[in-house]
Write a protein that binds this ligand. Sequence first.
Ligand SMILES: Cc1ncc(COP(=O)(O)O)c(C=O)c1O
Length: 494
Amino acid sequence: MAPKKSKGLLGLIGKKKSKKSDSGARKDLRLFEAMRAGESFGDKELQRSAKDHLWMHFTRHSPYQTKDMTIITRAEGHYLWDSKGNKVIDGLSGLFAVNAGHGHQELADAAAKQMMELDFMPLWAYAHPRAIELAERLLSYAPKDLNRIFFTTGGGEAVETAWKIAKQYYKLKGKPTKTKVISRMTAYHGTSHGALSITGIAAMKAMFEPLVPSTIRVPNTNWYRSKHLFKSEEEFALWAANRIEEAILMEGPDTVAAFYVEPIQNSGGCFTAHPSYFKRVREICDKYDVVFVADETITGYGRSGEMFACERYGIEPDMMITAKAITSGTQPLGALFLKEKYFEPFTEGTTIFPHGYTFAAHPVACAVALANLDIYDREKLVDNVRTNSPIFRKTLEKLYDIPIVGDVRGDGYFFAIELVKNQETRETFTKEESEKLLRGFLNSAFYEAGLYCRADDRGDPVVQLAPPLTIGPKEFDELEQILRKVLTEAWKRV
Ligand SMILES: Cc1ncc(COP(=O)(O)O)c(C=O)c1O
């Protein structure tokens, strides 16, 4: 694309090229025609075509009747550029994915090389070297006892896959009624019907009911909103873990297949948990023969300060879901890690797991993942997070002098700032106030001030930060300055 002012295209605009679709609506293909004719085009043409043709994910389209979309055209390091020439800090690593930073030549080279060696083979009955190499390499970083990998193309597919494996495993083991999944309130685990059933965000599910039956929600570990009720965080953690046992007993242990948890829950704003929580979860899952699934779609690959958050918090899962940063977001890939015991029944007789995805373990994605892990090792990205995370936290905690900042929480390079009406009482905003604050002001104000991040109210209102793992104290200060400016202005509007 050439983000230059279009001359040639202006000619085409007069004689609008359009085609009739099946529904009878006219398709405006001026951008396509210009591209084919080698014409240059710019933001104006991209805006028009995007508004005419794109259906954006999780996006309100009504504002685009009157205002422009943000169209990101280029990325390098921890910066993004848009079609209007603005440069912003990528404070969310794309979508919790670009952990090694943008624009690595060696990832592009690995993709190109693989394209010419073996451009595509699915992992259906035939294997290929990059998938084999990657599985072994990934397992070298994995928590103990996880020694097999099922590849997918993303996190939600791995969430689905883990549930289906658990269900079939128990059928093969003579426990066919063990099918249900327990997960946590406000947790996000993906959007396909199974993964959405496990997701704990009611507003995201209502339109798609009936979903896959047999999922149950238990409390998450929102310590900020619970601390007045408990003597210590550990006591709260044990209380929360015991709710899982209660749910298993209520449903009947013979009916429960799995418990899903993010080591740091994203939705609701970076809910960490006292290590006793995960220890107790392990005990409960052992006691009732329930698969303990750690969803590390976001926390995996260094985000927490260890390669996997399971290692950081001493979590011993039966299955572990990873995706996103496995390729630093540059290729779609997910990897579900499992204990061998879940694979064993599938090695007998004619048994198969009738499940798979055309593009899972795509050779190009696997080659890029291997190159991405080389970058991790060489640039010591995980060490960088471990060393600098306390400085990141301290820098963000300076914001407590702005009355709207209620809580700064998280770990590694993954933090949330909860916004409140009153720091003392922790009073939160009504839905209407939150709507006005987040969508009426904050998201665009952050961007205009030079920061791509996310203000979110799937739980209480929070600002979410997950920058590339390459940054350090200098960039933390830059982030803090932008946050300070925007949150100070936000407080004036409360
Ligand atoms: C914890 C968790 N699980 C699953 C998913 C779904 O992943 P994907 O969008 O790759 O399907 C996400 C996405 O952000 C996630 O954060």
